[in-house]
Design a protein around this ligand. Sequence first.
Ligand SMILES: NC(=O)c1ccc[n+]([C@@H]2O[C@H](COP(=O)([O-])OP(=O)(O)OC[C@H]3O[C@@H](n4cnc5c(N)ncnc54)[C@H](O)[C@@H]3O)[C@@H](O)[C@H]2O)c1
Length: 255
Amino acid sequence: MSGLLAGKRLLVTGVITDASIAFSVAKLAQENGAQVVLTGYGRLSLVERIAKRLPEPAPVIELDVSNEEHLAGLADKVREHVDGLDGVVHSIGFAPQSCLGGGFLDAPWADVATALQVSTYSYKSLAVAALPLMSAGGAVVGLTFDATKAWPVYDWMGVAKAGLESASRYLALHLGKQGIRSNLVAAGPLRTIAAKSIPGFDQFEDAWTQRAPLGWSLTDSEPAARACLALLSDWFPATTGEIVHVDGGYHAIGA
Ligand SMILES: NC(=O)c1ccc[n+]([C@@H]2O[C@H](COP(=O)([O-])OP(=O)(O)OC[C@H]3O[C@@H](n4cnc5c(N)ncnc54)[C@H](O)[C@@H]3O)[C@@H](O)[C@H]2O)c1
């Protein structure tokens, strides 16, 4: 087998359509020699249908990251398909509508708590659930949206992402001794289901397409996926707690 991820066994969460960043990651990973197991949330038959569009049909395991039973049973279910894991991809985000679109001052705690559980805490939960399969070390990679700034309409999802960025650094701290790296890719705006659920998302689209130094495609998730592959590969062996921006350079410029 050849390719950047030859022989690697990956668990990829977050596929819901073929526009999902996770779909690009799974596709590129297979094309680069990896064996991929997917997890799906909610509409499992849809995820299974999308999984058949990959170069190699991939098995799909049900996982709601806020469900303790799903998390506790994950390792055994993954073991039915692969004998261990070299990498885990967290491509999961959700916030109730009250948390997005300008409602920052009014969103109730129960909704904020859901956003934080699914989008932030789950990064740790997923890594810990996969840990029994990672005795030889490996890489955990997640997706963020630059949380160093307060964006219009992103609101509590921005807070959740700031927490995710911190959680990734703590995961790096706590899993480093086991040879497990934790890194994030900060992607620019992409037209996925998650993005479409954000009222006013078009403001990001306009800003990026007009100002990103390298230009920016709102429909091409391959650049973000490529960075995920690089971080999952053996080419970042001494990098952990890092955030790689894949945003056409937008983060580097003034407004
Ligand atoms: N689209 C963008 O503009 C953009 C930019 C930067 C970062 N991101 C991040 O990329 C990641 C993937 O999002 P996407 O844009 O590909 O959208 P997407 O809608 O395709 O993927 C989001 C995924 O989260 C899953 N999910 C939601 N709640 C879950 C739960 N309780 N348990 C398990 N899975 C759950 C959904 O099933 C879906 O597969 C997210 O973390 C998102 O915040 C997206």
